[in-house]
Design a protein around this ligand. Structure first.
Ligand SMILES: Cc1ncc(COP(=O)(O)O)c(C=O)c1O
Length: 378
């Protein structure tokens, strides 16, 4: 690495998180690791560490993503969560990739194409994204699947894991699967990271899809729940239960100080004078910009034990106000232990999903495991 801007992925923390989730929620047979969007930005290279920690099925959102997982691991079952174009089915079949069926016509075409392929049925429970809505279609597909076009699972995606909306979605799922025997389906998976902790285990589900939680984000981490409790008291809202999971941060984003400039009073920095200096100011110039991190803004970075205000953003470079204690070559944390990804996402006004998937592929990923550092460029 010549340009010292990188995303660091702590594979031991990732494995710790997965092991803890499995321990706290031991009653599932299938633990899907959702690695869409290049493993939420962490990079597909993390897949084998996930498998070692107890993930026994991988889920992605496209055939391209499934094929990149297959390159990392030849055996792990992979499910594509979204329907794929018909021409892709043969490639999926050749690579042992499981597909999703969400309408009857597509299924009929699969039957007549003479494919040897495994599939899951997706049922729509109110997201209005993908999925079957008619129980006779669900029954038709279950009844007509065979050894070649073989049904392995049934699933849905919940928009909420608690309250009235959750109740409505579950009622819809039950109604839409009422003409089939769910007990005869090998894998039934409904919950994802953030809904898993919000209600009692669904008795007929034996799979769970884990995405954001593997990277250290639970629904209501204890530190947030304290603030939330105070807020709820003020607003009279019913407090949410804090998460029982104590997860470790997996993803940190670093760069280093490349240059330090002194800006005299009355001078400015950046295009069109983005920063006007009122006093004698030192600014650290760092080699990352919006082509590296699309959510970059006038937020903060952590250098030399302090949070520093960013004042200029360019495509490749960012500058922050510092003091005389900061030197060229000093490590800069964009997010990590001191400015946590949650803090950074709040500063950027987005959720953590958006934050961690906003680091572009120009930034190399550095994986830490057993003291070794492995750099991967996507
Ligand atoms: C169908 C499906 N299942 C599971 C997930 C994983 O969600 P989470 O990261 O909240 O676990 C996603 C992510 O968007 C998804 O689309």
């Amino acid at each position: 690495m010549f340009r010292k801007t990188y995303l660091e992925i702590d594979l031991e923390a990732l494995q710790y998180n997965i092991a803890q989730i499995r321990e706290k929620f031991p009653d599932y047979r299938y633990y899907f690791g959702v690695v869409k969007a290049n493993a939420y930005g962490a990079g597909i290279h993390s897949v084998n560490a996930m498998i070692k920690a107890g993930i026994n099925y991988i889920a992605v959102s496209s055939l391209e993503e499934a094929l990149s997982v297959r390159k990392e691991n030849r055996k792990i079952p992979i499910l594509i969560l979204e329907p794929i174009c018909f021409e892709g089915l043969r490639i999926a079949a050749e690579n042992g990739i499981t597909v999703t069926v969400d309408n009857r016509e597509y299924f009929d075409k699969m039957l007549s194409a003479g494919l040897n392929i495994r599939f899951h049925i997706k049922v729509d429970c109110g997201m209005n994204r993908f999925g079957l809505t008619d129980r006779t279609d669900v029954k038709y597909i279950v009844d007509n699947a065979n050894d070649s076009v073989s049904l392995e699972g049934v699933f849905t995606q919940l928009s909420s894991g608690a309250g009235e909306r959750y109740g409505k979605q579950m009622a819809l799922f039950k109604e839409r699967t009422s003409l089939i025997d769910l007990k005869k389906i090998k894998i039934v998976h409904i919950d994802r990271s953030l809904t898993l902790e919000q209600h009692k285990k669904i008795d007929f589900a034996n799979g769970v899809r884990l995405g954001i939680v593997m990277y250290g984000f639970s629904k209501m981490p204890p530190e947030i729940s304290v603030k939330r409790k105070i807020l709820n008291k003020l607003t009279g809202k019913k407090p949410s239960e804090p998460s029982s999971l104590k997860l470790k941060n997996v993803i940190s984003f670093y760069t280093e100080v490349l240059e330090i400039k002194r800006v005299a009073p009355g001078e400015s920095a950046g295009y069109g004078g983005m920063f006007d200096s009122k006093s004698d100011t030192l600014i650290a110039v760092m080699p990352y910009g919006f082509a590296d991190f699309s959510l970059i803004g006038k937020t903060q970075v952590f250098i030399g034990g302090k949070k520093r205000n960013i004042v200029v953003n360019y495509m490749d470079v960012t500058s922050a106000v510092v003091d005389g204690t900061v030197n060229i070559g000093d490590k800069v944390e964009i997010f990590g232990d001191n400015i946590t990804p949650r803090d950074a996402s709040r500063q950027a006004g987005v959720n953590v999903y958006k934050l961690i998937t906003s680091v572009t592929n120009r930034v190399p990923r550095v994986y830490i495991e057993s003291g070794n550092r492995t750099e991967v460029k996507y």
